[in-house]
Design a protein around this ligand. Structure first.
Ligand code: NAD
Length: 447
């Protein structure tokens, strides 16, 4: 099939290269000239495992092309996927200006029947409004279908090639048939298609993200309660997750969720509900808990240094909002570093792939390192924010020798506190008892 993908971010680039991989002719269009030029040279501007290979394969086969001319893309594609960003407006609603702008060009430029598919996360009612916008200009028949994307950054290629489910919102049998054929190569072992109306498909995406966000905020509240009660949330979490009705995923206490999806989608859903006169109390609480969650760790840091961080060297490990991505949008590490700088701390940082985008925000106010040991040299505390594998297996003897004071604030509960305490560290976690180094043995009493 001939496919046009509009927007070459995490979603569009994975979709476009994935569809080229399965044999379609794909033209990816974006307004960002530099990005498109780089992609044309095979340079992928984001870190996503497996994506470089997929893009290189598509370019080499000639099935994947990149351009900046949306009109050409619209004329080329039988199917036009809209994958543009829908960032939050200051009041939390989704900014749909890019979706509407693309819709207008589609209406003006369509040269025969088109299937227009929204993959961006868009509020309920967007497909209906998009139909109206396109219809103002269109001289040919068209269908607007909702096909929300569920990929996880850091595992996006794998999620695309082996999806848990493919949600299609349409009442058109023709659209169902065409999209079933398009997605057939990705569901060889079982049928993953779930068909529904467009409104339900739009709501499904927000409901999924709001549920996952709620699960994280729930366990984060349990962690704070465990701390107050002297319980160990790690044990509670394991036992909770062993219940098949609950499941172990998204039950890891930490410094809160971030990224380009959960925070914005939760707030956009709250607005959607408000617009129809309903307050989503659970979802609002999940958002509030998440906004407050980094304070738990920051209070620990503050108390440890007796509320005076002026001139205290602190290393932050992990900047991306989660491992395996370079995405720092709404990353908890930013909130933590902002606070440390406000307090006058001397901040060094280390992330396997997100140093560069973070440096663009902080400049020389933060010293960036590729090695966690370099970042921690001379530091009086390490704050672990993102649980990259590199930070799990650390030579703690070496680390202890490099640091000026051996304090670790484990913002993701990845370390074994008692073991580290035996190596001389003081370890703070999220909802686990603080572990302190054993006191040195008393000198023998004088005879
Ligand atoms: P992104 O910011 O990485 O990419 C968006 C791209 O769209 C950018 O390259 C931008 O230049 C381009 N763009 C903006 N306006 C355009 C226009 N008028 N014409 C052509 N291109 C335009 O965003 P993303 O992370 O890929 O997310 C895209 C959408 O998918 C959002 O609605 C997001 O909520 C949703 N989504 C994202 C993820 C994720 O994990 N990133 C997962 C599921 C759904």
């Amino acid at each position: 099939m001939r496919v046009c993908v509009v927007g070459t971010g995490y979603v569009g680039l994975v979709l476009g290269s994935g569809l080229a991989h399965s044999g379609n002719d794909v033209l990816c269009v974006d307004t960002d000239d530099d990005k498109i030029a780089a992609l044309g040279r095979g340079e992928v501007p984001i870190h996503e495992p497996g994506l470089n290979e997929l893009v290189a394969e598509g370019l080499a086969d000639g099935r994947l092309r990149f351009g900046t001319d949306l009109a050409e893309g619209v004329r080329f594609g039988d199917i036009v996927f809209i994958c543009v960003g829908t960032p939050p407006l200051p009041d939390g609603r989704a900014d749909l200006s890019a979706v509407w702008a693309v819709g207008e060009v589609i209406g003006r430029e369509m040269n025969w029947f088109k299937m227009i598919v929204t993959k961006s996360t868009v509020p309920v009612g967007t497909a209906a409004r998009l139909r109206e916008i396109i219809a103002q200009y269109a001289r040919h028949r068209f269908e607007v279908i909702s096909n929300p994307e569920f990929l996880k950054e850091g595992n996006a290629v794998n999620d695309f090639l082996k999806p848990d489910r493919i949600v299609i919102g349409t009442d058109s049998e023709h659209a169902q048939e065409v999209l079933t054929e398009l997605y057939a190569p990705f569901q060889l072992t079982s049928d993953r298609m779930i068909f529904m109306d467009t409104v339900s498909a739009e709501l499904t995406k927000y409901a999924a993200n709001a549920f996952l966000a709620t699960k994280i905020s729930f366990v984060n509240e349990m962690a704070i309660l465990a701390d107050r009660l002297g319980a160990d949330v790690a044990a509670v979490r394991r036992a909770l997750g062993a219940d098949a009705r609950i499941g172990p995923k998204f039950l890891f206490p930490g410094v809160g969720y971030g990224g380009s999806c959960f925070p914005k989608d939760v707030r956009a859903l709250l607005h959607t509900a408000e617009e129809v006169g309903y307050e989503l109390r659970i979802v609002r609480a999940a958002d509030e808990v998440n906004c407050a969650q980094p304070e738990f760790l920051l209070n620990q840091v503050s108390a440890h240094f007796e509320h005076s961080l002026q001139g205290v060297p602190v290393a932050v490990w992990g900047l991306a909002f989660k491992p395996n991505t370079d995405d720092i949008r709404e990353a908890p590490a930013l909130r933590i570093m902002d606070w440390l700088l406000e307090q006058g701390a001397v901040v060094s940082a280390c992330d396997p792939v997100a140093n560069e985008p973070t440096a663009a925000r902080y400049g020389d106010r933060v010293a960036f390192h590729h090695s966690p040991y370099e970042a921690a040299t001379g530091a009086r505390a390490v704050i672990l924010v993102t649980e990259w594998h590199q930070f799990r297996t650390v030579d703690f003897t070496r680390l202890h020798d490099l640091m000026a004071e051996a304090a670790i604030f484990d913002g993701r509960n990845i370390y074994f506190p008692e073991r580290l305490a035996r190596s001389g560290f003081t370890v703070y976690s999220i909802g686990r008892p603080v572990a302190r180094p054993a006191a040195p043995p008393l000198p023998p009493s004088p005879a």
